[in-house]
Design a protein around this ligand. Structure first.
Ligand code: NDP
Ligand code: OXD
Length: 318
């Protein structure tokens, strides 16, 4: 027997400047036919909305929904949501964990590690000078990749790198057992983790503890000539410290997908720096057909009063 509560149709608000609302609505309604999806800014009666699926919603929007029972983030990172002081404190917040997001991130990590491993950044510099000079290739195992953040995305990326023969180590808050990946945990093991890393990949959540972690002191602990790939959040990076490390030659190159201000302002020095690659927060993306599966499951759980998946620990910030 279906209880009256389970049978009641639920109203979900969708708000994102970057995701296609029509595809998401269709993918959700294929799974929950009686789900009503309202697309911001057409929110109708705010009191009818019980769940919200959002990416970068306008500050205050969620607080204006008096009967909100769950917030589902379209992004894996929830730092921007948590920065909104009006975010309802007692409404569960769930982040995106989705196979299509994970696969696209791991692919992007592999792409940039391969690029550095095969010295394409060096050849790009040489091309500008019409300089023909071979850098002898080394086996993948000679490149040590350090993954900061061994969560959903970090572990998948580490495993893909392993399959390609790279030497992979990971750093997280608590130790991890991932076959083939050397695990380092906490501040006490950060030095040991960084030693010998040739390509450092940041996949940490942005929290008060990790803000500014990619700074001069950390770069100094890397071997000279290391490369940096920041795919996590712009505020992990102290921009001035990166420019100094590149200009001194201590770091050879950086790939940056995320920035403190997005879109990156057109006059920002990163755009034109010869040893920085900029991509527009493009590393990973949830396909609606795949991401809707997890959101639909959480909506079913919400209706049934069951525990929600992938709840954010607001105290930890991720
Ligand atoms: P998870 O929450 O699954 O993993 C986070 C990892 O970081 C965990 O291993 C955690 O350790 C570790 N961590 C957190 N705080 C610390 C700390 N103080 N010191 C050491 N390790 C720490 O997150 P995801 O893997 O799903 O996502 C990671 C981030 O990637 C997101 O928060 C987002 O910022 C970014 N992202 C970027 C995208 C892009 O397109 N550029 C797309 C999607 C995500 P432990 O497990 O021990 O707690
Ligand atoms: C993010 C995402 O958190 O795109 O950056 O999922």
């Amino acid at each position: 027997m279906v209880s009256a509560f389970e049978a009641a149709p639920l109203v979900l608000l969708f708000a994102s400047p970057d995701d296609d609302p029509i595809s998401w609505r269709a993918a959700l309604q294929r799974r929950i036919p009686d789900l009503e999806v309202r697309i911001f800014p057409e929110i109708g009666d705010p009191a009818a909305i019980e769940a919200a699926l959002v990416w970068l919603p306008p500050p205050g929007l969620l607080a204006s929904l008096p009967n909100l029972r769950a917030i589902f983030s379209l992004g894996a990172g929830v730092d921007r949501l948590l920065e909104d002081p009006t975010l309802p404190a007692d409404v569960p917040l769930c982040r995106m964990v989705d196979p299509s997001l994970t696969a696209s991130m791991a692919e992007f990590v592999l792409l940039h590690v391969l690029r550095y491993h095969r010295d394409l950044d060096v050849y790009e510099q040489q091309q500008r000078r019409a300089e023909w000079r071979l850098v002898l290739p080394r086996p993948a195992s000679a490149t040590v990749v350090g993954v900061m953040g061994l969560g959903e995305l970090g572990i998948a990326s580490a495993r893909l790198l392993l399959r390609h023969g790279f030497t992979v180590r990971g750093w997280s808050r608590t130790p991890k057992a991932v076959e083939g990946v050397a695990s380092f945990a906490g501040e006490a093991e950060l030095d040991a983790f960084l030693a010998e890393v040739g390509v450092l990949v940041c996949l940490l959540p942005l929290t008060p503890v990790t803000r500014g972690i990619l700074n001069a002191a950390l770069f100094a602990r890397l071997a000279r000539g290391a490369r940096l790939v920041n795919l996590a959040r712009g505020a992990h990076l102290v921009e001035r410290d990166l420019l100094e490390a590149l200009d001194s030659g201590h770091l050879a190159h950086a790939t940056l997908d995320v920035f403190t201000r997005e879109p990156l302002p057109s006059d920002h020095p990163f755009w034109r720096h010869p040893r920085i690659t900029v991509t527009p927060h493009a590393a990973a993306y949830s396909l609606p057909e795949s991401g809707a599966e997890i959101v639909a499951e959480n909506i079913r759980r919400l209706r049934a009063g069951a525990p929600l998946l992938h709840r954010v620990d607001r105290r930890r910030g991720y």
